[in-house]
Design a protein around this ligand. Structure first.
Ligand SMILES: *Cc1c(COP(=O)(O)O)cnc(C)c1O
Length: 436
């Protein structure tokens, strides 16, 4: 014991070691020192040879100062809420890194005066949706709806169909949000059927807006009726009431693979005055809320005092612009991946696993869009099937792999896994199942 203690390197000597320079730069002095002190304690207790104190301290340090860990999404759910919904494209990631420094987000470099905040991101959105006279960006779609309801209907009524009073997830209920702005909800129609007469009968002197919400996570089938946007628009025009649509997903234009999913352009063209959506669902961008519509209305929202509390950060603006104006997003790639290619990736992974003595099988699978929309739609996919016990071990490798347990098997669905992550996925499986 005494010998150990004598030979344990001193803290300041260890802290000065160049092998710790990078860790100190990324994690800070205090964190690195704490790791050293912990390793020294282990050495004093005889748990660690004194010459390994530095290596042990390094090994105990995380790769990043943030606790968020990158994971591989092999669940087959394209937009997984618990995994942060849409992953950003390489273009958006690069834009984020650049925007993280000092930028001209609100400065006009030509004049040296103040510029419109995020003007290039707004211009990209406007170019992507020519049907919108104006656009605005807030923190998420919930914020877009809160701002809209506050500015247009606080103290008055919002007309909404009973079939559209939805809970998004984790107990978030849209009606609660709308009511929290000081507006009252006037529910119209029935859960399964709402007609134009229901809306017409409910319009009154205190109606602030009519809201049409896309039920993005469930479907009503059977004896149903719903009023198309164009019909509702004619009614709202007649009464000079703003018609607001919440498309949810963030599709800017129709997506042929998801014919039931509404999009911003179609709803504006059909006569909605304002359309809101999320940025991190099918649009494939950062978390934000998008507002498209008539210039007068968008301006009212933009100038409302609440707008300042909901305004987005420069990093979001940068990622959003790169998402809208840049190359296809990982979400788009996942949605459009063809099953033959997915299947051959699965077969190649399986062959490589079997070479290492691991029992695996390539199987057909079904993926879903998930938290972002397209309820009831599933996409043909392919997966690597492993023993069900693999799922827990896979969450412990680096990076953790999130699988889906289905019919007693652990499935690694490849639709939401970018092809360039196959080697990392393979390494993860090999680590997780080593020693089986
Ligand atoms: C997801 C969703 C919301 C909430 O959007 P956030 O960006 O998560 O705030 C609201 N309405 C609909 C229809 C949705 O699908």
């Amino acid at each position: 014991m005494a010998d150990h203690r004598r030979s344990i390197p001193r803290t300041d000597a260890l802290l000065a070691d160049p092998r710790l320079t990078e860790a100190r730069r990324l994690l800070g002095h205090a964190r690195v020192k704490a790791a050293i002190v912990a390793a020294q304690r282990r050495a004093r207790e005889g748990d660690l040879p004194p010459e390994e104190v530095l290596t042990a301290a390094l090994a105990a340090l995380p790769a990043s100062a943030s606790g968020l860990r990158p994971v591989i999404n092999a669940t087959g759910v394209l937009l997984h809420t618990n995994l942060g919904r849409a992953p950003l494209s390489a273009a958006a990631r690069q834009a984020v890194v650049l925007a993280a420094g000092v930028t001209d987000v609100e400065l006009d470099l030509a004049t040296g005066g103040r510029g419109r905040r995020g003007r290039t991101a707004l211009a990209a959105l406007a170019a992507a949706v020519p049907a919108a006279e104006a656009v605005h960006v807030v923190n998420n779609n919930a914020a877009a709806l809160a701002l809209t309801a506050t500015a247009l209907a606080a103290g008055g009524e919002i007309l909404i169909s009973r079939g559209e009073l939805i809970e998004i997830g984790d107990g978030f209920r849209l009606p609660d949000l709308l009511v929290s702005t000081g507006a009252r909800l006037r529910e119209v129609g029935m859960t399964n059927r709402t007609t134009i007469a229901d809306y017409a009968g409910a319009i009154g002197p205190t109606t602030g807006m009519v809201l049409k919400v896309h039920p993005s996570n469930y479907r009503i089938e059977g004896f149903t009726a719903d009023v198309p946007m164009a019909r509702l628009s004619a009614l709202c025009r007649e009464h000079d009431i703003p018609l607001v649509g919440d498309v949810g997903s963030g599709l800017l234009t129709p997506e042929p693979l998801l014919p039931q999913e509404p999009d911003v352009t179609s709803w504006l063209t059909a006569g909605a005055d304002l359309v809101t959506s999320s940025g991190d669902k099918l649009l494939g961008g950062p978390q934000c809320g998008l507002l498209f519509g008539r210039a007068g209305l968008v301006d009212r929202l933009r100038r409302h005092p609440l707008a300042r509390a909901l305004r987005v950060d420069k990093i979001t603006l940068a990622a959003l612009e790169a998402t809208v104006a840049g190359p296809p997003t990982p979400t788009w790639e996942s949605l459009h991946a063809d099953q033959v290619t997915l299947r051959s990736r699965a077969e190649s992974l399986v062959a490589r696993l079997r070479d290492r003595g691991i029992d695996a099988e390539a199987v057909d699978s079904r993926s879903v869009v998930g938290g972002g929309g397209a309820p009831g739609v599933s996409l043909p996919s392919a997966a690597v099937a492993l023993d069900r016990r693999a799922a827990a071990a896979l969450r412990e490798v680096e990076p953790p792999v999130l699988a889906r347990v289905d019919n007693g098997r652990c499935l690694l669905d490849l639709r939401a896994v970018p092809a360039d992550q196959d080697d990392t996925l393979l390494a993860g499986v090999l680590t997780a199942l080593a020693g089986e």
